[in-house]
Design a protein around this ligand. Structure first.
Ligand code: GLV
Length: 330
């Protein structure tokens, strides 16, 4: 029996599963994240932690939790957790890959289509009673998607799922960047691995699907955006700080690129000043990539299953630092 702290609302079923596994669960059933001080106090005597991407699990939190054995993040991205520090302290960390891949790729594609065909602008136009007549060249002319070139920055699971949609559903040519060649998408979709400048130069749509790391923070600045076609769109469903938002706003205002669709923001939940007011060729959503009821429930279940395994001395299926498990299970 271990003591588990759940930082925010994850649904009763997942919490019950933890209790059924025999754990004492302190469930903070709220949707507002704790302050760093509150989190440090809450983890003092716990063995396991279930957290969301809005909980920063840094060295201060890890140092405040001398009994902590495992952190289960209810997200695939884990830039909110200091993985190196956790590993050095012998604390297991897990995430929730796979269960959200297709849902997030659906959302990336929905945003791609929404920006290309100006759906939010069209909706606003219609509701404002501005549709007076059919015109061959209406004010809201969009962009073609079918047969265009889709550049995927970061060909991981989600990037590949976006590529499949583009290639098979929309006849798109797929370019990608990644640390290593991805044979499945190359063989099955004819995707080509290229350098980032080459991807930016050729792509009509650029989808960001890479994790946030020191290398990808501000990967998209004005200088990067200037390498894109003036007729191209940027879609970011990964992490906000990968794009320097000020620079993106400048790029949109100056017509450096045609449009952008953002699901994530540099200082979430805030948007850079001026971005919210900029309505033309910019689609924004409040970090909804994996947000279907089905998928969010699966994410909570996956996090809890990982924690139950880890606390029982088994290897968590989605351990990010399995070396900790190997060392402690010797
Ligand atoms: C969502 O952004 C996630 O990382 O799961």
């Amino acid at each position: 029996m271990a003591k588990v702290f759940v930082t925010q609302h994850i649904g009763d079923a997942a919490v019950q599963r933890l209790r059924d596994a025999g754990h004492v669960v302190i469930y903070r059933d709220e949707t507002v994240p704790m302050t760093p001080d509150e989190l440090q106090t809450a983890v003092r005597s716990v063995d396991g932690l279930v957290c969301l991407l809005t909980d920063r699990v840094d060295t201060a939190v890890l140092d405040a939790a001398p009994q902590l054995k495992m952190v289960a993040n209810v997200a695939v991205g884990y830039d909110n957790i200091d993985l190196g520090a956790a590993t050095r302290r012998g604390i297991l960390v897990s995430n929730t890959p796979d269960v959200l891949t297709e849902t997030t790729a659906d959302h990336a594609f929905a945003l791609l289509l929404a920006i290309a065909r100006r759906i939010p602008e069209a909706d606003t136009f219609m509701r404002a009673g501005k549709y007076e007549r059919f015109e061959l060249f209406p004010p809201l002319l969009g962009l073609d998607v079918y047969g265009k070139t889709l550049g995927i920055v970061g060909m991981g699971r989600i990037g590949a799922a976006v590529a499949w949609r583009g290639a098979l559903g929309f006849g798109m040519k797929i370019l990608y960047t990644a640390n290593s060649a991805k044979t499945a998408v190359e063989q099955e979709l004819g995707a080509q691995k290229v350098s980032l400048p080459e991807l930016l130069r050729q792509s009509d749509f650029v989808s960001i699907n890479t994790p946030l790391t020191p290398e990808t923070r501000h990967l998209f600045t004005l200088e990067t955006l200037r390498q894109m076609k003036p007729t191209a769109c940027l879609v970011n469903t990964a992490r906000g700080p990968i794009v320097k938002e000020d620079d993106l706003l400048t790029a949109l205002r100056e017509g450096v690129i045609w449009g952008a669709a953002l699901d994530v923001f540099e200082a979430e939940p805030k948007m850079t000043a001026g971005l919210a007011e900029y309505r033309e060729r910019l689609v924004v959503a409040p970090h909804l990539g994996s947000a279907t009821g089905e998928t969010r429930r699966k994410m909570a279940e996956t996090a809890v299953a990982n924690l139950i395994a880890g606390l029982a001395g088994q290897k968590p299926p989605n351990a990010l630092n399995p070396q900790v498990w190997r060392e402690t299970s010797r």
